[in-house]
Design a protein around this ligand. Structure first.
Ligand code: 6PG
Length: 473
């Protein structure tokens, strides 16, 4: 009897991400099978397979499960939320103890914990894995952030290490920790992504509206920034975006795109969870708020007329180039402050949820493949290697030295924005975080006094131990 081929890895959901990741896995020598309700997608999968690779698509869940070698490794790349639960319920009767379900979507970490507990009762492992890098990343090397049961991870490790992006030969994947560690790290990745994108957008606005820099020059500026210490995927694609013309009108495409930004929620989750854990994350908060504000288009257009204020304007005295350099430095400082906030959140969350994260490893696997990859991540990796318990990147001597050298440029960029009325809330929030964090004393003594005044909430004193209350006034 002819033995049917057993597939090493299965993918449910053959949309852009699922299909490309599965083809990437096949390229590395693993026979793979994909499941999707839509026969067009299974056909596209097989048609796109590279010659010599073993790739099959099916619309039949029983065929899919029976074709997989055991213990089965089944990855889901379906929209986060109800779709994940629906697929789990569909597959469950077909699976056997020891099989592994891997959720590769942007699932909320608490949902991952719930699914893990539910499936553990049925002796099915559930791994929550963040995958970053978009379509190209999935096809040619994403950054992969796995968490969950260690043994289950070991079963899929060879596949993940083979397909992940490589930096200096090291794969951008590692076992991050227990439970929903992978989804949590991916959520914070996306929160940082929101912050960085908002910061870049603000520098664009400041240069275009504030300084009157023409679009052609913007492209060159982002290109030159990307060639220096700002080297990062998001700065790189920003330069490309300014190069892109519209095929219908011939105009620069970016100028034809509506300024209402959308979101799928991961940035908001990051801010919400940071507040639950009482970790300050103001740059990400602002990035979320500005996407929300951008949606109020009609109100903004009305307010633009009603609330027009005189702008200080920029004197064209030939120092524009110098101001652009300052704005670049401001972006660099603010980007680092954004990573610092995200890393500080990961540190607290790791303790609160028992993930056991190693922040040097997080920085390492973010150096390639993912949306927030940037040259500075190598510095952060070193900082956490030297001091794994570092409470905040701002306390690393190298990072602190760099911030001290450049912080005046962040101040200058914010001052320029204030004078010209260009909104730069994320740059401001980053500066405020920097100034707040480096304030040995804050005016919060007054807040404590006020709380005690109106609500008898008590306060502590600087000169003696204990809890105090005063009959004020
Ligand atoms: C990634 C991206 C990816 C997705 C974002 C977009 O790491 O590859 O983060 O996950 O593009 O979720 O998020 P918004 O739609 O919320 O901007």
């Amino acid at each position: 009897m002819k033995k049917t081929l057993q597939y090493d890895f299965g993918m449910v959901g053959l949309g852009v991400m699922g299909r490309n990741l599965l083809l990437n896995i096949a390229d590395h020598g693993f026979p793979v099978i994909g499941l999707d309700n839509d026969p067009v997608k299974t056909t596209v999968l097989e048609a796109e397979a590279v010659a010599g690779t073993k790739v099959k698509g099916t619309v039949s869940a029983p065929e899919f499960i029976q074709s997989l070698s055991r213990p089965r490794a089944v990855m889901l790349l379906v929209p986060a939320g109800k779709a994940v639960d629906a697929v789990v319920e569909e597959l469950l009767p077909l699976l056997e103890p020891g099989d592994i379900i891997i959720d590769g979507g942007n699932s909320y970490f608490a949902d991952t914990e719930r699914r893990m507990a539910y499936l553990a009762q049925k002796e099915i492992h559930f791994l929550g894995i963040g995958v970053s890098g978009g379509e190209k990343g999935a096809r040619f090397g994403p950054s992969i952030m796995p968490g969950g049961n260690r043994q289950a991870y070991e079963r899929v490790r060879p596949v993940l290490e083979a397909v992940a992006a490589k930096v200096n030969g090291e794969p951008c994947v590692t076992y991050l920790g227990t439970g929903s560690a992978g989804n949590y790290v991916k959520m914070v990745h996306n929160g940082i992504e929101y912050g960085l994108m908002q910061l870049i957008a603000e520098t664009y606005d400041l240069m275009k509206r504030g300084l009157g820099v023409p679009d052609d020059e913007l492209q060159r500026i982002y290109e030159s920034w990307n060639a220096g210490e700002l080297q990062s995927f998001l700065v790189e694609i920003t330069a490309h975006i300014f190069r892109q013309g519209d095929e219908h009108t011939g105009e620069r495409l970016v100028n034809l795109i509506s300024d209402r930004a959308r979101s799928k929620g991961t940035g908001k989750w990051t801010s919400q969870n940071a507040m639950d854990l009482q970790v300050p994350l103001p740059t990400v908060d602002m990035a979320v708020a500005m996407r929300d504000l951008s949606a109020l288009k009609d109100e903004r257009v009305q307010a633009a007329k009603m609330l027009a204020v005189p702008s200080a304007g920029i004197s064209e005295n030939g120092n524009r180039q110098q101001v652009v350099v300052q704005i670049g430095n401001a972006l660099y400082v603010a980007m680092i402050i954004t990573y610092a906030q995200g890393m500080a959140l990961l540190r607290t969350a790791s303790e609160a949820y028992g993930f056991g994260l190693r922040l040097d490893e997080v920085a390492r696997i973010w150096r390639g493949g993912c949306i927030i990859r940037a040259a500075c991540l190598e510095d952060f990796r070193k900082a956490y290697q030297i001091n794994p318990g570092l409470p905040n990147l701002l306390l690393d001597p190298t990072v602190a030295g760099m911030l001290k050298k450049r912080q005046s440029d962040l101040r200058a960029a914010v001052t320029l924005a204030v004078g010209t009325g260009v909104p730069v809330p994320a740059l401001m929030a980053s500066l405020a975080y920097f100034d707040g964090y480096r304030s040995g004393t804050l005016p919060t003594n007054l807040i404590q006094a006020q709380r005690d005044y109106f609500g008898a909430h008590t306060y502590e004193r600087t000169d003696k131990d204990g809890i105090f209350h005063t009959q004020w006034g």
